[in-house]
Design a protein around this ligand. Structure first.
Ligand code: PLP
Length: 277
């Protein structure tokens, strides 16, 4: 069951008109809330980022925080309450009479759906995942969680075609983030990740991973690092709401360190898992 503009309906009965600007222009924003046993991880920062996204593209928030929470909870309940779910929430600017680039005030289209989150086994994760690197040619508002994700989907497909989990992006030699996740490196027991700003999405999992690391007494620096430093790192991780914190042990066919997930990842991963219980 999904939510569309006030109604809870089966997914195959959910349609939007062709004049929706989300369809015509990718004119909208979205959020993904990870839910485990009926608990949303990072509910508040996700709702705050939703507000930031709406502000960035000049859409008035159609609901209060409590109303959003009620809608999310209803979708969770309708889709097997106790399972692990990724709740996808999208707001597009809505439908206009004609297709034109400019817009007036429209009634936003609101869509919420649930999909399952694959359970992960730490013993499998230790082997790590592979990634490719690509030049980051996206627009300089990558901090907005916009639905227009063409560059990101093309990168993701390239990664898949290369049997890789992710495409790690760099701009002017600096690693920014990945096609749908944030990137961390560990060097000499210090954790580094690109600072917030227009070049990266301020990931909620990124924020939580930083908190977990700091709680463990690990030094964290939100500082830029180069592609060379990525390749020479002791550990590389990616983070996202649905993938959580994943070790990357091979990049562009080269092993990172000894080719296995590292001890700092293991500590932070365990700390993150505690949030689910
Ligand atoms: N960066 C990009 C480009 C993303 O698309 C995502 C998630 O989809 C992330 C980072 C991670 O964000 P979060 O941890 O909030 O899921």
């Amino acid at each position: 069951m999904v939510y569309l503009n006030g109604n809870f309906i089966p997914k195959d009965k959910a349609y939007i008109p062709v004049m929706d600007r989300g369809f015509l222009f990718g004119d909208g924003i979205y959020e993904v809330f990870p839910v485990y046993d009926n608990t949303v991880i990072g509910l508040e920062p996700h709702l705050n980022r939703l507000q930031d996204g709406l502000d960035a593209i000049n859409i008035e928030n159609p609901h209060s925080k409590d109303e959003w929470i009620n809608l999310i909870n209803k979708v969770v309940t309708l889709n097997n309450k106790n399972s692990s779910q990724a709740i996808y929430l999208q707001i597009s600017r809505g439908c206009d009479e004609n297709r034109k680039h400019t817009y007036g005030k429209l009634k936003p289209t609101i869509y919420i759906q649930s999909s399952g989150i694959e359970p992960k086994d730490k013993r499998d994760l230790i082997k790590g995942k592979s990634a490719i690197t690509r030049e980051d040619i996206r627009w300089l508002k990558s901090n907005t969680k916009a639905t227009s994700l063409l560059a990101n989907t093309l990168y993701a497909q390239e990664a898949k075609d290369n049997d890789s989990e992710e495409a790690i992006l760099y701009r002017d030699g600096i690693v920014t983030e990945a096609s749908s996740s944030n990137v961390f490196i560990v060097k000499d027991n210090c954790l580094y990740t690109h600072p917030k700003g227009p070049n990266i999405l301020p990931g909620v999992t990124r924020k939580i991973a930083i908190q977990c690391a700091e709680n463990l007494g690990i030094m964290v620096k939100e500082e830029k690092f180069t592609k060379e430093e990525l390749m020479q790192a002791d550990e590389v991780w990616i983070s996202s709401s649905t993938r959580e914190i994943l070790p990357i042990t091979s990049i562009d066919g080269m092993s990172i360190s000894d080719g296995y997930a590292g001890p700092v990842w293991s500590l932070v991963y365990d700390q993150y898992q505690k949030l689910k219980s």
